[in-house]
Design a binder for this molecule. Structure first.
Ligand SMILES: [Zn+2]
Ligand SMILES: [Zn+2]
Length: 589
């Protein structure tokens, strides 16, 4: 999302005021400390310092103690406006070089006065606002969390300062909840679970940012693909397939060469081939549309494709799926007439609703109506009148479908406005994935046409939609949302069969065969380890059903069923159990 400047709310004021208190504590500990800046951020604040020595984690506890004392002393935040000259004199006396640089800059901007805030013995150059006094900070709702390095002004040519991060909340309970959420997030980290559940891996030889999916990870992705495709088919989409390469010209015409710039991968061969790896799928699909003469009666034409696309983005966290060079994108387009656009978009919204409903995420979402940055029209392609029409239409759709979309300026795509769907996962993390975008420009750029009722050639409209975004990002959401305990229909392994001992391996294999024949994903856990150990392992793998088989089960053709998360076992006939879970899988329970 863009960083729009919003007025500070009460929590921002609390958090920023706490950063002053932290700076005051740092000053007590290091009288020679120099202060840079200390803004409020999401959940808390930071402050950058130039200190005589490197901080260690134990320092944070000492600083917290000092902060509590400052809060209890209840110093008022006293504001004073002083002239630039006075400010320069005061901060020079204090030896605060960074503040002097900031004052200098304010003066160059034409400011004649600056505001300073005093709380206790600490004076800071700051525009505010702050709380009335330090005593208003809930003393048991603050915590210093992290030390890191940060260049002055974020410029690596400057000196590296030390940054202390902290969090501050309105109440002790809010802090507790936040710390709990952090702990949960760590447990659910997709990098950790991806490894434990054996879903994907990386290889130094293949390269960073290039995930490799194991059989289990691939099963998960394929199951999702099937689900998306079957929903989309109901809405008239047909599958197409295009190569990963294209001539550079394709992306020059589409505008993506300019948009992605050095993020495009160029591929050359010893035989003088020159290609670009596709960064998006739309341009290829336009050429399938262009392969035939189209009549108004043929429209809408709807294509879908799940394929890899490539961008040389900066890779993020090592070993994760959040930012990678190659992503598998579930991309689809509808080529339609202007009078069909609205229904096409509604169809796509319904597809999103169906899929996210089946995963149980639909109830926790909001929609962004992402429009142009009106101050910078040069960032977009296409005609103003088309943009106006599209933005108005999306607003109508939001109203008619009860989406309650919130307008977000500057969030539109290169070629048109869009509806973006934001979901909250189980621990409250917000993720934007599906999107529906209207595009009048691309068909015109490629000279796409259809013949209307009057025999005239006119360009169709293109509606882009991504239901899952990329499978890689969607997997992050799924893993973290379910903490690896996927619903039965998505689980890479749905059933594990555990013979109590070697003696019952043959029977276990018979049972396995019956499951395979019923299309159930089954694994035989017959390693030489003890039954207890194998049960614990299957629990760690978060397999929905564990079936234990021994003498009694073999005698009456049954299995002892243990569902994920319970310790109870229920003995059931094999056939009955298969019937039961086939229904559960079908109904996506
Ligand atoms: Zn301040
Ligand atoms: Zn597209």
């Amino acid at each position: 999302m863009s960083n729009k400047k919003t007025p500070p709310n009460n929590l921002d004021i609390l958090r920023h005021s706490t950063s002053h208190v932290m700076a005051a504590a740092v000053l007590q500990m290091f009288p020679e400390a120099k202060f840079a800046i200390g803004p409020s951020i999401e959940n808390g604040f930071y402050y950058d310092f130039d200190l005589p020595r490197t901080l260690i984690p134990e320092d944070l506890e000492i600083l917290e103690e000092k902060m509590r004392a400052i809060i209890k002393a209840n110093y008022p935040f006293e504001r004073a406006e002083i002239s630039i000259a006075e400010a320069l004199k005061d901060f020079k006396k204090l030896g605060q070089d960074y503040k002097l640089e900031l004052i200098d800059e304010l003066s160059k901007k034409g400011e004649e006065k600056v505001s300073v805030y005093k709380s206790g013995h600490f004076v800071d150059l700051c525009s505010g606002p702050h709380l009335d006094s330090t005593g208003e900070i809930p003393v048991d709702a603050i915590k210093l969390t992290k030390i890191s390095g940060a260049y002055w002004r974020g410029d690596e040519k400057n000196k590296m300062l030390q940054r202390i991060y902290g969090v501050a909340f309105a109440s002790k309970n809010d802090l507790k909840e936040y710390l709990h959420m952090l702990e949960e997030a760590e447990k659910r980290d997709h990098r950790k679970l991806g490894k434990e559940l054996d879903l994907f891996c990386f290889s130094d030889l293949v390269g960073p940012g290039l995930p490799l999916f194991t059989p289990k990870g691939t099963t998960l992705i394929d199951t999702l693909k099937k689900e998306v495709e079957s929903i989309c088919r109901k809405y008239g989409f047909e599958k197409v397939s295009a190569p990963s390469l294209a001539k550079p010209e394709l992306f020059e015409i589409s505008g993506h060469a300019k948009k992605f710039g050095d993020e495009l991968f160029h591929v050359t061969s010893g035989k003088k081939h020159e290609f670009v790896l596709k960064p998006v799928q739309c341009p290829h699909q336009t050429q399938i549309y262009a392969s035939k003469t189209r009549s108004y009666r043929d429209l809408p034409i709807r294509y879908m494709e799940s394929d890899k696309q490539y961008r040389a983005e900066k890779t993020g966290e090592v070993g994760g799926l959040s930012r990678v060079y190659a992503i598998t994108v579930e991309d689809g387009h509808s080529f339609c007439r202007v009078d069909q656009v609205k229904d096409e978009i509604k169809n796509m919204v319904n597809i999103i609703k169906d899929l996210y409903g089946s995963i149980g995420l639909w109830d926790n979402h909001w929609v962004s109506l992402s429009v142009r940055d009106y101050a910078h029209p040069e960032k977009y392609i296409g005609e103003t009148s088309d943009w106006d029409t599209c933005e108005k239409m999306l607003q109508e759709i939001s109203d008619e479908m009860g989406l309650d979309a919130k307008k977000q300026e500057g969030e539109a795509a290169l070629y048109g406005p869009k509806l973006d769907f934001m979901f909250k996962d189980a621990i409250g993390k917000e993720i934007q994935i599906p999107t529906v975008q209207v595009d009048f420009a691309t068909p015109k750029r490629f000279g796409l046409e259809y013949i209307n009722e009057k025999g005239e050639k006119i360009p169709p409209v293109m509606v882009h939609r991504a239901i899952l975004g990329s499978y890689e990002r969607f997997l992050v959401l799924l893993i973290e949302h379910f903490a690896g305990a996927f619903p039965l229909w998505l689980s890479p392994v749905q059933v594990a069969i555990l013979p109590v001992s070697e003696k019952f391996e043959k029977y276990a294999k018979d049972v396995e065969t019956q499951f395979i024949a019923s299309g159930i994903r089954v694994e035989l856990h017959n390693q030489s380890e003890s039954l207890g150990k194998r049960i614990r392992e299957a629990e760690k793998q978060k397999i929905p059903y564990m079936l234990v088989v021994g003498e009694k089960e073999e005698a009456d053709n049954s299995v002892a069923v243990r569902s994920r998360g319970t310790k109870e076992q229920e003995v059931m006939e094999v056939e009955k159990f298969i019937e039961k879970i086939v229904v559960e899988i079908k109904e996506k329970k």
